[in-house]
Design a protein around this ligand. Structure first.
Ligand code: SF4
Length: 369
């Protein structure tokens, strides 16, 4: 722990949330002047505002000013002496979560925490209460967005999504698989500090891990967010490391779906690299869709395999080490096999089973449009 001054403590954190991204959590006393606080939180992935007493309201003011004046759109957490009755107001001024010192009110806090369900979105005006702005993109916007992006270049879609539509509240989900370098290269051109969520299932090929590190360095990506399954859950549900064999759906839920669910609340939109030519359920993939109340942006939805190949060549991007060995789509080692030239690109995933998707993009979870 590094003590900076009386008011602020910056912790290098080692959990999966920001591992490898070099991110920091900054803790600030509630009485810190907002201009001073604004300089101290630069680059932080989370800001904790400390309340010395639940009767001291200065933390509320600081949160409001960081949101409205400083334009801070990252994660904001209230810590210290707080009571459950304050939950609604904490939410209203822009907090995403709360970590009270007192533990004797856990049951009340559990109920109150249910209010912290909507991600913060930057203010569009100074009239609407912040609480009112913390809602998902209206359903009707999807049709307009898809119309706007129809025929647009993928990098222009990415640029608009990152810089205009979901500024500060968007991440890209990447497997660092066979085609991942295309979308990641575009990210490096538009905003290399965009969070890159990498689901480390514990079952990845060693080559994928090496590729992740090498590609991250080469592209200058600065915000890799490693997301891993909970160790306790993995021990309880997969004690013999054979869950993938017995019940691959349960294994994907443990190692992919639930870990992603644990962090997805930090974003309003996720960028994916899915493409229609992958076949199956992806053949009807829209550029923008809603899944469980959050947006998925698929800027490469209309791309062909040839376009992917051409992009690799044009920018001299490194291929995944397994690509030359016949692996056209690369996930976990127990569930990935090489394919023949005339096979579908994803034929090597869960080969011999009816399973075709891991569940993080399950179409049944997509709200009907
Ligand atoms: S792809 Fe296979 S090993 Fe990986 S999480 Fe799913 S079932 Fe488990």
């Amino acid at each position: 722990m590094l003590q900076l001054d009386r008011k602020t403590v910056t912790r290098e954190v080692s959990n999966a949330q920001i591992e490898a991204g070099g991110g920091t959590i900054v803790e600030i006393d509630g009485d810190t002047p907002w201009q001073e606080a604004a300089t101290q939180i630069s680059g932080a992935v989370q800001v904790d505002i400390r309340f010395p007493s639940f009767k001291d309201g200065r933390g509320f003011s600081l949160a409001t000013l960081l949101r409205e004046r400083a334009g801070y759109t990252g994660r904001l957490r209230a810590v210290g002496d707080l009571i459950p009755d304050q939950a609604q107001f904490l939410h209203r001024v822009g907090f995403d979560d709360v970590a009270p010192d007192r533990t004797d009110l856990d049951a009340d806090w559990a109920r109150a925490r249910a209010r912290f369900t909507h991600a913060y979105q930057p203010a569009q005006d100074r009239v609407t209460p912040i609480f009112g702005q913390r809602t998902a993109t209206p359903k009707d916007d999807l049709a307009a967005l898809n119309a706007r992006y129809r025929g647009a270049d993928a990098i222009d879609i990415l640029r608009d999504a990152i810089r205009n539509e979901w500024t500060g509240r968007i991440a890209i989900l990447s497997s660092f698989g066979a085609e991942a370098a295309v979308g990641l290269h575009m990210i490096s051109q538009v905003a290399p500090d965009t969070p890159v969520i990498f689901l480390d299932t514990g079952r990845l090929f060693a080559q994928t891990e090496q590729y992740q590190r090498a590609l991250t360095d080469q592209l200058g990506l600065t915000n890799i967010r490693m997301v891993r399954p909970q160790a306790e859950e993995a021990m309880a549900e997969d004690p013999d490391d054979k869950l993938w064999q017995r019940d691959p759906d349960a294994c994907c839920a443990l190692r992919k779906v639930r870990p992603l669910d644990n962090v997805i609340g930090d974003y309003d939109a996720l960028i994916t690299g899915r493409k229609r030519f992958h076949g199956g359920e992806r053949m009807a993939l829209p550029v923008v869709e809603r899944l469980d109340g959050r947006i998925r942006v698929n800027p490469l939805a209309s791309w062909s395999a040839q376009q992917v190949t051409d992009y690799f060549q044009r920018y001299d991007l490194p291929r995944h080490p397994l690509s030359d060995m016949g692996y056209a789509s690369i996930g976990c080692w127990p569930c990935t096999a090489p394919v023949q030239d005339d096979d579908d690109v994803r034929a090597g995933r869960w080969s011999g089973r009816s399973k075709t998707e891991c569940g993080i993009h399950t179409p049944s979870r997509i709200a009907a449009e």
